[in-house]
Ligand binder design. Structure first.
Ligand code: CUA
Length: 386
């Protein structure tokens, strides 16, 4: 009967000391083997945090179920059992019952304390990164991610594209995105250049707000890939941050070997001084420009910022900018010669000084050294008016 199962469950939980907690955890391990009904709907568990998080989640779900089912059954039963005939006055001779009231206060309190203890322990574990962790600096901005590695390798996120049947996402370039070495703890140090974003990789069970003006961090050790290819996951922004929030994602790769990771690192850092246009094209994706600026001659692609296709070569009449703000005084800047180069240099390093007519979304200043700036401008020139 429903009532007696509650009594048994409450009796067990009420008697919890540390021995009781150990007993509970042993029981939970059995209940929570992968594929257990209590974690239905969770994506595959792929980091050191996933096991504890799933067991916390299942523990709370189990407690809720233990209460929800008998309470609902009793509620429905009593509604019929004590129904009075129409017109009859509702009355009760129950005033109060001290033992009962103490029981229903103390037992739930103990359960909540146990939930807090388990959650707090795992939360502590998630915020204290091991000292030898591999640290990546993550920058979030509307609407892209960018990753700066200790080697100096910097890579923009890969927002991917929807598959033709619009059911799944495909990566666009496997060198883009967050690449991670195998078998080491990863620490992410995160900043936002504009609004509140949130970093979330469902398979790793990690989620952390990225707040403007504040540095936040998290760490995890991804599971090793089973095959020879890197394991791929999606990083999602999980805090609504404006128009393209739903596109603010990136591929995440966990390399199967250090060798494979270092090969990626070499590709990610290599620039060819003898070929500035090609180097500029690489920086266009690495620095995250590709998230907002299209380069396709037909104008297809992202349009948050002005397209680079045909930009170089515009006359002062065709290329109108506002000073100081999107509604500030207007003037024309010819996109040729020194005026054009000066405009590009300034717009990359100090993007809000001049606003292109028709664009109101502010861009964050892009950190580039003089060589990188030269490569990017050469690339933009190569896409100019034919
Ligand atoms: Cu960034 Cu949502």
């Amino acid at each position: 009967m429903a009532g007696s199962s509650i009594t048994t469950a409450l009796g067990d939980l009420g008697g919890l000391g540390s021995a009781g907690l150990a007993w509970l955890e042993t029981r939970m391990v059995g209940l929570l083997a992968e594929g257990s009904i209590w974690t239905t709907g969770m994506p595959a568990a792929k980091s050191n945090h996933a096991g504890p998080i799933d067991s916390d989640y299942a523990f709370i779900t189990i407690i809720c179920t233990i209460f929800f089912v008998p309470i609902t059954i009793a509620l429905v039963y009593f509604a019929f059992r004590y129904k009075k005939a129409p017109g009859e006055k509702a009355e009760s001779d129950v005033s109060h019952n001290t033992p009962l009231e103490v029981t229903w206060t103390v037992i739930p309190m103990l359960i909540v304390v146990v939930m807090f203890y388990i959650g707090f322990r795992h939360a502590n574990m998630m915020y204290a990164a091991p000292a030898d962790a591999y640290t990546v600096h993550v920058t979030a901005s509307q609407w892209s991610w960018s990753f700066l590695h200790p080697s100096g390798a910097q890579m923009g996120g890969d927002i991917g594209k929807l598959s033709p049947d619009r059911k799944a996402r495909e990566t666009t370039d496997p060198d883009l995105g967050l690449h991670l070495p195998p078998g080491v703890p990863i620490r992410l140090v995160m900043n936002s250049t504009d609004v509140l974003h949130s970093f979330y990789i469902p398979e790793f069970r990690v989620k952390q707000d990225v707040v403007p003006g504040k540095t936040s961090s998290l760490w995890f050790t991804p599971d090793l890939p089973e095959g020879d290819e890197p394991d791929m996951y999606w990083l999602l922004c999980t805090e609504y941050c404006g128009k393209d929030h739903s596109n603010m994602l990136s591929a995440v790769y966990v390399h199967p070997t250090m060798e494979s990771f270092l090969q990626w690192q070499t590709r990610a850092t290599a620039l060819d001084p003898d070929n500035p246009v090609e180097s500029g094209a690489k920086l266009y994706v690495r620095k995250g420009c590709a998230t907002c600026h299209s380069v396709a001659p037909d104008g297809s692609g992202p349009n948050t910022g002005p397209t680079w296709s045909g930009l170089w070569g515009l006359s002062a009449d065709e290329h109108q900018v506002h000073e100081g703000s999107p509604t500030g005084p207007k003037r024309g800047v010819a996109m040729t010669g020194e005026a054009g180069e000066e405009y590009l240099r300034e717009s990359i390093r100090n993007p809000t000084a001049l606003w292109r007519e028709g664009y109101i979304q502010p861009m964050a200043a892009v950190k580039v050294d003089d060589t990188e700036l030269f490569f990017l401008i050469e690339y933009i020139k190569s896409l100019g008016k034919q």
